[in-house]
Design a protein around this ligand. Structure first.
Ligand code: NAD
Length: 416
């Protein structure tokens, strides 16, 4: 039976025939059109949708569904600077279990403007003096500290005293003692602490770690990573980065931490030895107090080594490479906010690896991870101890550069 007219359309007389017989092309074994379609509704055939509006059972989801607004944890953001305004506040819109409920800023006008944009009540605005009153705000579960590095410890401890959980930007603090104080304040308060190591939630980095662990490049022998950018004295966000008492250090603390983290999360080991060299261009006013370029090497217990760098005076670079016996993994760029790339180099050549990037940003992912850790009483992936380890290693690198010799980590206690 030819069911189509000369132009390839379904012949109406055939359609009428199908309707009158209650049959269909499925019935005839052709599998093209079922009775629901052919009859213009009814859906008498099991498995086919009726033509009337209908409700189906919950489908299999590619995305996790958000928890109800009432069960989301309330976050207060401390510091409304470049990173908070450009990356973090917009990411609450992609979050599944975290909501923005309060803001802390030294500039009331800015705070009010931001509050109206994000639907935060003006009663939930604080400044650095009134911050401790956050203790009386039951809407706030988590305090997110996004201040200059040297202020992280103070606001973390004050947030714990107010009975809140703390999510703190990297670097965790500027001294080992501060990190230890932050960790003990959390323990005393019975509250959780997490350091915002977003790269550990970034899909390309997560996939690179999986490939290394699954042996896709054989035994890991060497990690290289470079993070550099030009420090701009005209940018207010870079001005405190030139002041040691606010930044703690230069490129090492700010972006060298990504190179260091890469070596640690790709090897999955803690270094046993560090060797560092620091270079500043003579008479450059940006580097009167903090260091510019740092080249540093780490040795791990397995024998793997890392060759890492950070710089405040070279064009932008955010690159990580892991070399194994059978190949290498290249992340370039590795730590951008978006648009990172992963490639695998083996004897078969270099191939780009397509990584599924969720609609949720790495910022929303790390915040939700912390909210879930609090809600389910789990340890977060990057707790205070993880931040402390980085500061211990940073200090060892600095000591090594000053003394001109490798420093054993056991001597610094960073393996604890
Ligand atoms: P920024 O200068 O833009 O923001 C700092 C905020 O702190 C500003 O709102 C400023 O007003 C406030 N502030 C309070 N007291 C201050 C003081 N005494 N001096 C200077 N500012 C003061 O800086 P930023 O780039 O947003 O960095 C803030 C923190 O976020 C830093 O710890 C930085 O390492 C971190 N950060 C993380 C990422 C990341 O990708 N995870 C990216 C950028 C910055």
């Amino acid at each position: 039976m030819n069911l189509f007219d000369k132009d390839g359309r379904l012949d109406l007389s055939r359609r009428l025939f199908l309707r009158s017989t209650g049959g269909g092309l499925l019935g005839s074994g052709l599998g093209l059109i079922g009775p629901a379609f052919a009859q213009g509704g009814g859906g008498s055939m099991p498995g086919l949708p009726p033509s009337r509006p209908t409700g189906r059972p919950f489908p299999e989801m590619e995305q996790e569904t958000p928890v109800e607004p009432g069960r989301r944890l309330g976050w207060a953001v401390v510091g409304l600077g470049k990173f908070a305004l450009n990356q973090i506040l917009p990411s609450f819109g992609e979050s599944r279990c975290s909501k923005l409920v309060a803001l802390v800023s030294g500039n009331r006008q800015k705070a009010e403007q931001v509050a109206s944009r994000y639907g935060v009540d003006t009663r939930d605005l604080y400044d650095y003096q009134t911050f401790d009153r956050i203790a009386d705000n039951p809407e706030v579960d988590v305090v997110y500290v996004i201040l200059p590095n040297a202020l992280h410890a103070e606001y973390t401890v004050r947030a714990f005293k107010a009975g809140k959980h703390v999510f703190c930007e990297k670097p965790m603090a500027v001294t080992v003692e501060e990190c230890e104080t932050m960790i003990s304040a959390g323990r005393e308060a019975g509250r959780k602490l997490m350091v915002a190591y977003r790269a550990q939630f970034e899909p390309h980095n997560v996939e690179a770690i999986r490939k290394v662990r699954d042996g896709e490049i054989g035994a890991l022998r060497l990690v290289t990573s470079d993070h550099g950018r030009i420090l701009d004295p005209k940018d207010p966000a870079d001005q405190w980065r030139m002041v040691k008492s606010l930044a703690g250090g230069g490129s090492r603390y700010d972006i060298g931490i990504y190179s260091l983290q890469a070596a640690r999360y790709l090897t999955g080991e803690e270094p046993v030895e560090a060797f560092g060299q620091i270079a500043n261009t003579k008479d450059d006013p940006r580097f009167r107090e903090v260091e510019d370029r740092v080249a540093f090497q780490l040795r791990f217990p397995s024998g793997a080594v890392a060759n890492l760098s950070s710089s405040y005076s070279t064009a932008s670079v955010k690159r990580i490479q892991a070399f194994g016996e059978k190949g290498s993994i290249i992340l370039d760029p590795a730590t951008e906010y978006e648009g990172n790339k992963l490639a695998l180099q083996t004897e078969k050549g270099r191939q780009e690896v397509k990584v599924k990037v969720k609609e949720q940003s790495q910022f929303a992912a790390e915040m939700d991870h912390f909210s879930q850790s609090v809600m389910n009483n789990h340890d977060p992936k990057t707790p205070g101890e993880e931040g402390l380890r980085d500061i211990l290693i940073m200090q060892a690198i600095y000591q090594s550069a000053c003394e001109g010799r490798p420093v054993s980590m056991e001597a610094t206690g960073s393996t604890r």
